[in-house]
Design a protein around this ligand. Structure first.
Ligand code: FUB
Length: 447
């Protein structure tokens, strides 16, 4: 997204802000920090309700800790174009929330009888006790407007609410407070209908939080982040009843490779594919309380167990060749000469660049949809101080060359356009291969 002209960049920002739409790989929201993504399928689209991390300033909660004052909701029909519907609940507009706490942690949302119930934890005012309570806000549409209930749910103290409605219509709420607890909900979804109960038979040692329960083929999967070693990994336990007992079954995702202490998951099926939503700290490598949400495909074994998910940068979904393909969100790279770096270390929200500093270095970017008509040109936003040459190939590293782009010597980012020499339609994996001097690529796009 970086341009030589500040004016052009400002205009681009205005256009993106006006539409509220971002196109993304992993992480899939980059203009703000997001965490704890609860994904739900409503009306044929995926809606994601995350926490919204911000940097704590003087007087905002606890410096050096999580800081959250509101919630946004995002939606997508293809898991690559995401619309930010803006703020749906904010701490200063909820009667029972102590707005000095900035602790609007992981939320959830569920639909019942055409209404949407958004559950969120927050620090309570003195008259409601101490610590974190959980409240509900109700809307007619998944994106709001949401009207918060005047008081938190009675008899529930904790964080990370998660709601599950079983096939018989009974709703359950789960939450965390070191351990995971659960209870039935009343029909109107606003009160506990049973005594809170600690969900037993889960790993005894180590913090567990972020419950997310789903059912598939009669198996109830209780998923949760757990500190088995030093930081959280995603695990699951299975049972044949929403209240358990659950038996520890496996690890869904190992500890974050970037050492993000927390992780937090939700699992949904959309268009016959299952997905794991989770978070890492991609845009804030030095401070893991400013996180970013991600999504990868999830698969089951024939016996119903979950195959471990390896986090990817490419994420999910087809990417239209006419979009700005961020090569730095690659599927694979050459062992030597290929790396990524932030475009601007002072503003990491601008994203990354793909660097090839040896002839033969390459990036592979999977699942590019070239559509039905011949695309004639490719534009590459590149930087090469000595002047470089990039070959664009499809399908295999030694597959057909569809364009050769000569990047002129320049010390700034330059958009270079080259002819597409081979008619390419349908979905292909793309390779960018360096043939000459070092070059960095911000994005490439076909037209
Ligand atoms: O986002 C704050 C807390 O971090 C969440 O509530 C936990 O699940 C962990 O992700």
């Amino acid at each position: 997204m970086k341009k030589n002209s500040a004016a052009f960049f400002a205009l681009l920002c205005c256009l993106l802000a006006a539409s509220g739409t971002v196109i993304a790989e992993n992480p899939f929201i980059t203009d703000q920090f997001t965490a704890d993504p609860t994904a739900r399928v409503f009306n044929g689209k995926v809606y994601v309700y995350p926490s919204h991390d911000i940097l704590a300033k003087e007087g905002m909660g606890r410096p050096g800790w999580f800081c959250m004052e509101d919630y946004h909701v995002f939606s997508s029909a293809n898991l690559t174009d995401w619309t930010d519907h803006g703020v749906i609940v904010t701490q200063t507009k909820v009667d029972w929330v102590d707005a000095s706490t900035y602790s609007m942690w992981a939320p959830d949302c569920i639909e019942k009888n055409g209404k949407y119930y958004f559950y969120f934890p927050a620090g309570v005012k003195k008259e409601y006790g101490r610590g974190s309570g959980v409240g509900v806000a109700i809307a007619e549409k998944p994106e709001g407007p949401y009207i918060p209930q005047p008081a938190p749910i009675k008899n529930l103290h904790g964080i990370d609410p998660n709601i599950f409605i079983d096939k018989d219509g009974q709703a359950y709420i789960y939450w965390a407070m070191g351990n995971i607890s659960g209870a039935k909900l009343t029909d109107d979804l606003l009160e506990l209908a049973s005594e809170p109960q600690i969900i037993a038979e889960m790993p005894k040692e180590g913090l567990k939080e972020g419950p997310f329960l789903f059912e598939r083929n009669g198996i109830y999967y209780m998923t949760y982040p757990h500190v088995q070693n030093k930081i959280e990994r995603l695990e699951y336990a299975i049972g044949d009843n929403p209240m358990g007992p659950f038996k520890f079954t496996g690890v869904i995702m190992d500890e974050s490779p970037t050492n993000c202490w927390t992780n937090h998951q939700s699992i949904v099926e959309y268009n016959q594919q299952w997905y794991l939503f989770y978070h890492h700290n991609d845009i804030s490598p030095q401070f893991d309380k400013n996180r970013s949400i991600r999504v990868d495909s999830l698969f089951f074994n024939a016996d119903g167990t979950i195959k471990k998910v390896t986090p990817t940068l490419r994420g999910v979904g087809l990417m239209a060749a006419t979009k700005k393909l961020q090569l730095d969100r690659y599927t694979a790279i050459s062992g030597e000469g290929a790396s990524i770096a932030f475009l601007d270390t002072l503003d990491k929200h601008q994203g990354w660049q793909a660097i090839m500093d040896k002839p033969g270095a390459w990036f592979r970017y999977n699942s590019v949809d070239f559509g039905k008509k011949k695309l004639k040109k490719v534009t590459v936003n590149a930087l090469s101080a000595a002047g470089g040459v990039i070959e664009i190939r499809i399908d295999k590293l030694d597959g057909p060359v569809i364009a050769v782009v000569t990047i002129p010597k320049h010390t700034g980012w330059t958009e270079v356009t080259a002819k597409v020499s081979k008619k390419t339609t349908g979905v292909h994996n793309l390779f960018a291969v360096s043939k000459d001097k070092p070059v960095a690529i911000d994005w490439l796009s076909f037209e």
